[in-house]
Structures are given as C-alpha cells and as structure tokens.
Design a protein around this ligand. Structure first.
Ligand SMILES: NC(=O)c1ccc[n+]([C@@H]2O[C@H](COP(=O)([O-])OP(=O)(O)OC[C@H]3O[C@@H](n4cnc5c(N)ncnc54)[C@H](OP(=O)(O)O)[C@@H]3O)[C@@H](O)[C@H]2O)c1
Length: 241
C-alpha cells in the first residue's frame, strides 16, 4: 500500500454492502484504506491504496492480539475508524438460540467496543483530527418485533457512542453514529425478508458513503453526533426460502 496517501481509514465490514461502498468512496477521495472482514473474495476491491485483512471480529479471545498486529504495522496517522461490520439474526426470541444471541452481541457490539478500545490510545496520541464512525441502525432507535437481540446490540452501540463522545471531547477525536433504515445489501441474504424491489424501499450503500463524507468533512470543532436516514417508503417482502 502506498504510504504517501496522508489520510488512512480503517473500515470493518469492508467486503460487502455499506462498508464496501464506504471503502470505495474513501479511495476515490484519496484515502488509503485498510478493510477488515472474514473474507475478501478476490474480485472485491483491487486498488493500490487498499489493503484487506481477513479477521473474524466475533472471535473475541483472539481479537486484541490480531488488532495489535494491524496497529503495529501502521506508520501514518489514522484519520478515520469505521466500525461497521454487523449481522442480523431475526426472529421471535424463542426462535433464537443462545449461540445466535451471543454471535449477534459479539459481532455487533462487543467487537466494536474492543476495536475502538484498541485504536483509541493511538487516535488520542496523534493529536490530529480523527473520526470514529459507527454504523448503527434504525434498530438503535426503536425496538421492533423479531428484532429483540439485533435491536439490543444496536441500542448498546448507540449508548456506547454517546458515552464515548463525551470521553473524547477533550481530544481531537470525534464520535458519530449513522442510523440507516433498510439498506439494499447482502445483509438480507440469510434472512426471511428483504426490502421490496422498488428503489424507494431501500437506501443504497453508496448513499451511506456520501453521508460518511459529510461527517468526516465537518469543520474541525463541530461534531455530527448522529444521522438518521430512511428509505422513502418502507415496504418489505417475504422471501421464498
Ligand atoms: N442492510 C440494512 O438494511 C442495514 C440497515 C441498518 C444498519 N445496517 C448495519 O450496517 C452494517 C453493514 O451491513 P450491510 O448492510 O452492509 O451488510 P453486508 O453487506 O452483509 O455486510 C456486512 C459486513 O460485515 C462483515 N462481517 C460480518 N460478520 C463479521 C465478523 N464476524 N468479522 C468480520 N467481519 C464481519 C461482512 O464480511 P464477512 O461476511 O466477509 O465477514 C461484511 O463485510 C451492519 O452493522 C448492519 O447491522 C444494515
């Protein structure tokens, strides 16, 4: 990866959907990007300033050591940390296994807390403007049927973000959460429902990438705390499984 690009972004969940769109947009803007996901199929993203790291963020026991290895290999300031990776396991609570519950909480909340904790000392020491941006959800704002654990994981992230923002206020680190409604992505591949086909029924990942730029380009000294966005209409369809 060419180290001459001044702005470095770390993007979790960069192999698909929102994270991939964010990585692409940041590369267009001249950032260097380190993307993290469990798997990057060869065709995902080829760019001189993109490096993929294959890592299971839900493997919490091994996560701190894996993150240390990434951090030790970084030799330029980090401008942006995006905690975006996530999964959905939807269903009535009785239909979810203990393993489902643990996996959702570990992936959607615990891993983000550990990733942030690992990068934060470096971000603060840099004394340069840095943004930590989380992909929350409309599920962080309002509980909904068949989403008990997913909503819990996203409410947890939102509370974490609010506290962290205050903890970072005296540093040059800003903390933001973006809360989308339905986004058309692989998120729905293993679910029994998805947004219906019309374009008004889902946000596009590229839309979130544009919002990200608004967040990052805010005047230093101003923090965009939270952005909520929804598709214009909210029509869902069941999938034949
Ligand atoms: N789609 C929506 O309607 C919607 C709405 C609001 C919020 N969100 C949130 O947006 C975020 C991104 O979702 P998306 O819609 O872009 O879905 P997606 O296309 O399925 O992307 C999810 C990303 O997270 C990664 N990931 C999942 N588990 C991981 C793990 N254990 N370790 C490392 N990476 C992991 C996936 O890569 P691998 O599978 O290769 O690991 C992938 O890159 C999630 O936090 C989701 O909750 C989605």
């Amino acid at each position: 990866m060419n180290a001459s690009n001044d702005n470095l972004a770390i993007v979790t969940g960069a192999s698909s959907g929102i994270g991939l769109a964010m990585a692409r947009r940041l590369l267009e803007e001249g950032y260097s990007v380190i993307g993290i996901a469990r798997q990057f199929p060869a065709a995902t993203l080829q760019h001189a300033h993109f490096r993929s790291v294959e890592l299971d963020l839900a493997d919490l026991d091994n996560l701190p050591a894996a993150l240390k290895q990434i951090i030790d290999g970084i030799n330029q300031p980090i401008r942006l940390l995006i905690n975006n990776a996530g999964i959905g396991k939807m269903g009535y609570l009785e239909q979810l296994s203990i393993d489902d519950i643990r996996l959702v909480m570990d992936t959607n909340f615990m891993s983000h807390a550990i990733v942030t904790k690992s990068f934060l000392p470096l971000l603060k020491q840099q004394e340069e403007l840095a943004d930590i941006v989380f992909t929350g959800s409309e599920a962080a704002l309002q509980g909904a049927r068949q989403g008990s654990i997913y909503c819990a994981s996203k409410f947890a992230i939102r509370g974490f973000v609010q506290a962290l923002r205050q903890e970072c206020a005296k540093s040059a680190v800003r903390v933001t959460i973006i809360n989308p409604g339905a986004v058309r992505s692989a998120f729905f591949d293993d679910l029994h429902f998805e947004p219906a086909g019309a374009k008004e029924n889902a946000i596009e990942p590229a839309d979130i990438a544009e919002i990200l730029l608004t967040v990052v380009n805010a005047r230093p000294g101003t923090v965009i705390d939270e952005i909520n966005l929804s598709p214009q209409t909210q029509v869902w369809q069941r999938k034949d499984k």
